[in-house]
Design a protein around this ligand. Structure first.
Ligand SMILES: [Zn+2]
Length: 358
């Protein structure tokens, strides 16, 4: 693998101090990470700016891992790839890590255009099918009522629901059939045998691909370098506990994957040092929970008020929605840990978190 400088240890295995030394590919170009493992990027209209896409050599072509957003700019970038560095190459299958639009958006277009089958976890496939059947569901009154019950003002709730109602614009459909990938499956791609891992927390059953022989992990958004993956509370599960599920996924990754593995994430640069990154993520989330406990031990607070404890300063409505989506998973986890409890039935209809020590 040419993506690392080895530390000269006896085993030649990469160490945590190794650097990933391949420049990120410009849109419409690919970079080789290892023989039979390519990296490209698709542009995104969101702040993160791009989604990483990987290509793995298959028996008589290439498998695509993730598809990017489904807008015109992303499709145009795919056309440049297919007419450029991938010209004449057969695409054998499209593998999608999870149902968020920045990863699954172009899947329908790609599968139709290339005649390639879709592979993904059943939960993520069905989640996206629901989004396609009812793309405006997050914009309806129920979600606005949920936001108001957590202290978001009526005007902001209407605005957030309006933003979410446009969610389906980034999708290009899905094939009517797919190949289901399950946790523990071994996927044979060319000469490689890849282990399938599913990790909840950011998305209900996010798929990761592990190659133990070569020491790398396609981590999707479960492990990112430099930023923390968002914990996402499914709107269908307002009392869900994605943070607990995320922590269990970290335990599983720490047990299954080489701590010095090369991590190939869904955004930003690949990096070495899985164990260090897991430790940082745990510390980050733990410190956020402690900030919330401290704030609620002063006085009971709504989720909207707690966004100011975690994200001081003005938030636009999109940022407020993301912040609420981060506060509530922590809150639900702290409740299950018996460190906090919800105060319901307040006169203003707003739920507030209270420190159990009060
Ligand atoms: Zn993403």
């Amino acid at each position: 693998m040419n993506s690392r400088r080895t530390t000269g240890g006896e085993t030649g295995r990469p160490g945590a101090q190794d650097c990933f030394n391949i420049s990120q590919p410009a849109f419409g170009t690919v970079a080789q990470i290892a023989p039979g493992l390519l990296w490209t990027r698709l542009p995104l209209p969101m702040k993160v700016g791009h989604t990483n896409v990987y290509l793995l050599a298959d028996a008589d072509g290439w498998a695509i891992i993730d598809t990017g957003y489904g807008d015109a700019r992303s499709i145009d970038t795919w056309r440049r790839l297919l007419d450029g560095p991938l010209m004449g190459q057969r695409i054998t299958r499209v593998i999608v890590t999870h149902a968020h639009i920045d990863h699954i958006g172009a899947a329908g277009w790609l599968c139709r255009t290339l005649g390639a089958p879709l592979h993904m976890s059943q939960v993520e496939y069905l989640t996206c099918q629901i989004d396609l059947l009812d793309p405006g569901r997050y914009g309806r009154d129920e979600y606005q009522a949920f936001l108001r019950s957590h202290g978001v003002g009526s005007e902001a709730a209407v605005s957030i629901a309006g933003l979410l109602a446009a969610y389906g614009d980034g999708l290009t459909g899905l094939p009517e059939t797919f190949v289901s990938l399950n946790a523990g499956d071994i996927l044979e791609l060319g000469d490689r045998r890849l282990k399938i891992l599913l990790g909840p927390g950011h998305s209900p059953a996010q798929l990761m691909l592990h190659c133990p022989e070569e020491g790398w992990l396609i981590s999707a958004d479960q492990i990112l370098g430099g930023i923390q993956p968002l914990l996402v509370l499914p709107p269908t599960e307002p009392d869900g506990n994605p943070y607990e599920l995320f922590l269990r996924s970290m335990d599983e990754l720490a047990g299954d994957v080489d701590p010095d593995a090369l991590v190939l994430p869904g955004h930003y640069l690949p990096f070495f040092g899985l164990a260090d990154r897991i430790a940082l993520q745990r510390e980050h989330h733990h410190s956020r929970c402690e900030i919330m406990v401290e704030a609620c031990c002063e006085q009971p607070r709504s989720a909207a008020e707690l966004t100011q404890s975690l994200f001081p300063g003005p938030l636009n409505h999109r940022q407020l929605n993301h912040a609420i989506g981060e506060v509530i998973p922590y809150a639900n986890w702290l409740v299950t840990q018996r460190r906090m409890h919800w105060l319901d039935h307040n006169a203003d209809g707003v739920r507030r978190l209270s420190c159990a020590r009060r």
